[in-house]
Design a protein. Structure first.
Lengths: 269, 111
């Protein structure tokens, strides 16, 4: 590994930066590729580094999750892996963007239409009556035309309102179907991941217990009850650790002793 | 009545809060859905959720239902099927040969 802090470049398996005012968190982030400075060149860290890559007294640790990641670093696979990948893929393919529904059109009531139909019929009756007696029918004709026009307009609006309503319902339903599918897939993914994690933890639990007993720190009855620092050290000891671990604890007599115990390149801050 | 169904976690939380605060307009609450009373106040509460969460909230009008609202042959079909002696018989097979409607026939008819 190579590490550059301000003007100085450090190289080697163990780098001691205790005399430099360097933030361990920043170095750990650089190692994981989440920061560009300080510049660290080292092999790519496996996912276990996201949990245990930076060991310091105020850390927390989801021990089982970290141990499962350690198992992954060793190349362990589970029967759930294919299904997990499949779930992820299907989730990524889902388009859950909210559709833009067409603007609603105010409905036209049946009463309005009935009234207009009645008006048209009345005008038509009057027109027939006037024609029968040979009276002037100009005004009645105009009334009939107006009423018929309004009726036709309202009927068109009513049809448009119905159509828009149907369209809005269809699109909303399709969107909610997608949300349901996403919910179902997310549940399935979570279940399978839990299952895979349990399998991985189970496979490494003996090695983990031994590691808890080996790394410095108190040894509880149940290894999973170990304090976060002890647990993180044990997880690292079990995991494959090609990238440097950032250590901010006095548990070891020297950085070299820590590197030997964890079998990992190390930056001591 | 109004059926209010939520499709996101935040909408679900708000539905739960409304149910807690306005019991008077809630007929029944299920996990992520609730039945609001068919009043303007029920609609007001439902619309509040819709305003805030958009399509993540679905509102449907629900009508009261009684078995007698359904045609006689449908009721008779349900009644005799549930009284069958062979529990494993699917309805389609049960119906054929008896004076009962075929399931496909039932599917094609709106209530």
């Amino acid at each position: 590994m190579k590490l550059r802090v301000t003007e100085t470049t450090y190289a080697g398996t163990v780098i001691d930066l205790r005399t430099r005012a360097v933030d361990g968190k920043a170095i750990a982030a650089s190692i994981r590729g989440q920061r560009t400075l300080p510049i660290v060149s080292c092999p790519e860290p496996p996912s276990v580094y996201a949990y245990a890559g930076h060991v310091h007294p105020s850390m927390g640790l989801r021990t089982r999750t970290a141990l499962a990641a350690a198992a992954r670093s060793l190349g362990h696979e589970t029967p759930q892996d294919d299904a997990i990948a499949d779930c992820r893929e299907r989730l990524a393919e889902l388009d859950c963007s909210t559709p833009d529904l067409p603007e609603p059109v105010d409905p036209v009531s049946d009463v309005t239409i009935d009234g207009l139909q009645e008006a048209v019929a009345t005008h038509r009756g009057r027109l027939t009556a006037r024609r029968a007696v040979g009276a002037d029918d100009g005004a009645v004709q105009a009334d009939l035309r107006d009423a018929a026009m309004e009726l036709s307009e309202r009927e068109t609006r009513r049809a448009a309102a119905r159509e828009t309503r149907e369209l809005r319902r269809e699109q909303a339903r399709a969107y909610r179907d997608t949300l349901e599918e996403r919910r179902r897939l997310s549940d399935e993914l979570a279940n399978r991941r839990r299952c895979a994690r349990a399998t991985l933890v189970d496979r490494l639990s003996d090695a983990f217990s031994q590691a808890i007993a080996t790394v410095p720190g108190s040894v509880p009855d149940n290894p999973f009850d170990a304090d976060p620092v002890t647990a993180a050290l044990a997880v690292l000891r079990v995991a494959r650790t090609p990238a440097p671990v950032v250590l901010e604890t006095d548990r070891f007599s020297s950085p070299t002793a820590a590197s030997d115990c964890l079998d990992a390149p190390l930056v001591r801050c | 009545m109004l059926l209010v169904v939520t499709y996101s976690r935040t909408a679900r939380t708000d539905l739960r809060n409304i149910c807690r605060a306005h019991e008077d307009c809630v007929v029944r609450q299920f996990g992520r859905a609730a039945l609001f009373s068919g009043t303007e106040f029920g609609a007001f509460q439902a619309l509040r959720l819709y305003e805030k969460h958009g399509l993540d909230v679905q509102i449907e009008r629900v009508e009261p239902f009684e078995p007698s609202d359904v045609p006689e042959h449908v009721r008779k079909a349900a009644e005799s099927y549930e009284a069958r002696e062979e529990p494993a018989t699917p309805y389609k097979r049960f119906a054929s040969g008896r004076d009962l409607p075929d399931p496909d026939q039932l599917r094609g008819v709106d209530l």
